[in-house]
Write a protein that binds this ligand. Structure first.
Ligand code: AMP
Length: 396
């Protein structure tokens, strides 16, 4: 794999696609800088190897060219603080003035370019725009996992202007290495927990994981489509009737491949989608009309515990219930705790994608698992088995 370690950076202008798409409040203050922090190892490695980092990123979704609230200038002071480096900012990302600035930096300072998405050519993947960006560096590093599933000018198209002078930064490198620990055969038994709202948004992940895991725990709202497909009664629980046949196919394929499927045998059911609803514990396949399953029940949690504590490789994507509501958070909280416990006992655990990342952070367990992915949509596509454009562009 082409990483920063494989390139000679001495005296080079190292153009790095970072993901500085941080949340800003009304006063344009950064409310969570974890995306910026994540790139510091890449930046420091570039300095250590004698290169000069030139950083480019998007921020938010500007619609019609430059807009002050989306300017990367709002990040400069904080980047100085956390990097301990001089940071220069230039209010464009292409053109002669930018190229000149890249050549005039010394070897101790960072140059931050203006928001790539001030040009619509960025997201359309325009070749001319990509070639103009390419003039800003002698070497190209892609470190933006969050946009690696997009064939944008700065994430994919640009790479062709660097032939062998391109590589993954530390963030992208560790995302790839960690996901591959699961997808390319981790220590067995391997267990995937897939939850969340909809079968339709997770079906490609389920199909891909079936080929690779020993146990597949299906939870959250999507479990009820499977339970209905098996002939169960699910009351008013979330269901996608269009996906009943697909659910049956997944179950049949699992049986064929010898993958053990776990569906919640019991649920916390509620008479409304509300934290104030009346609730009771019930068999998931006999839910009465007017009631809906909103969380895993105690028997389901006990089964999940047994599987997870016996697993050596664990992947978690999607909550077990409506964890945003206190009343229906127990299943998700329990899974987070079992994964942490399994990790302490030596399992490799990866938390990948959107809401399970939010959940593990909410329960304060992010440090207790092996790896928490930084990319939402990118991670989902990765788990689907797709080759992401931003990765393909580097690998060639
Ligand atoms: P996803 O984005 O597909 O991973 O789905 C995450 C969402 O699924 C969260 O907002 C959860 O509240 C929701 N969810 C989880 N379990 C259920 C359930 N049993 N019924 C309805 N929504 C659920």
């Amino acid at each position: 794999m082409a990483t920063i370690d494989t390139l000679d950076l001495k005296g080079k202008r190292v153009l790095v696609r970072v993901d500085f798409n941080v949340p800003l409040n009304d006063k344009l203050e950064i409310t969570d800088d974890s995306r910026m922090q994540a790139h510091l190892p890449t930046i420091e490695t570039i300095f250590a190897k004698g290169g000069v980092p030139i950083l480019m990123s998007h921020l938010g979704r500007p619609k019609n060219g430059p807009e002050d609230k989306f300017s990367l200038k709002h990040l400069v002071a904080h980047l100085k603080d956390i990097s301990g480096r001089e940071v220069f900012f230039i209010d464009d990302c292409i053109g002669d003035s930018v190229v000149n600035a890249t050549k005039d930096l010394g070897n101790k300072s960072i140059l931050l370019l203006e928001n790539l998405r001030f040009y619509k050519e960025e997201t359309s993947g325009d070749t001319v725009f990509a070639s103009q960006l390419a003039k800003n560096g002698d070497v190209y590093i892609n470190d933006a996992f969050g946009t690696a599933h997009r064939a944008h000018a700065s994430t994919a198209i640009i790479a062709k202007y660097f032939e062998s002078q391109k590589a993954f930064g530390r963030v992208l490198q560790s995302e790839i290495e960690n996901v591959n620990k699961v997808l390319l055969g981790g220590e067995k038994p391997t267990t995937a927990i897939v939850g969340g709202a909809k079968v339709s948004s997770k079906i490609s992940i389920l199909e891909n994981l079936l080929q690779r895991v020993d146990n597949l725990i299906i939870g959250g709202g999507m479990a009820y489509t499977f339970i209905k497909a098996q002939g169960g009664t699910i009351g008013n629980s979330l269901v996608e009737d269009d996906y009943l046949e697909t659910a049956k196919d997944v179950l049949a394929k699992a049986a064929e491949l010898g993958v053990k499927i776990f569906l919640p045998e019991d649920s916390v059911i509620a008479d409304a989608f509300s934290n104030d609803a009346n609730t009771k514990l019930w068999a998931s396949n006999e839910i009465p009309a007017g009631w809906m399953g909103l969380d895993a029940g105690p028997n389901a949690i006990a089964s999940v515990k047994e599987v997870l504590l016996a697993s050596k490789t664990i992947l978690w994507n999607g909550p077990m219930g409506v964890f945003e509501m206190e009343k229906f958070a127990e299943g998700t909280k329990a899974v987070a705790n079992f994964i942490a416990e399994a990790t302490t006992k030596g399992a490799f655990s990866l938390i990948g994608g959107g809401d399970s990342v939010a959940a593990i952070k909410k329960f304060g367990l992010a440090e207790e698992v092996s790896y928490v992915s930084t990319g939402g949509g990118a991670m989902l596509e990765f788990l689907e088995g797709k080759t992401l454009p931003g990765i393909k562009a580097i690998i060639g």
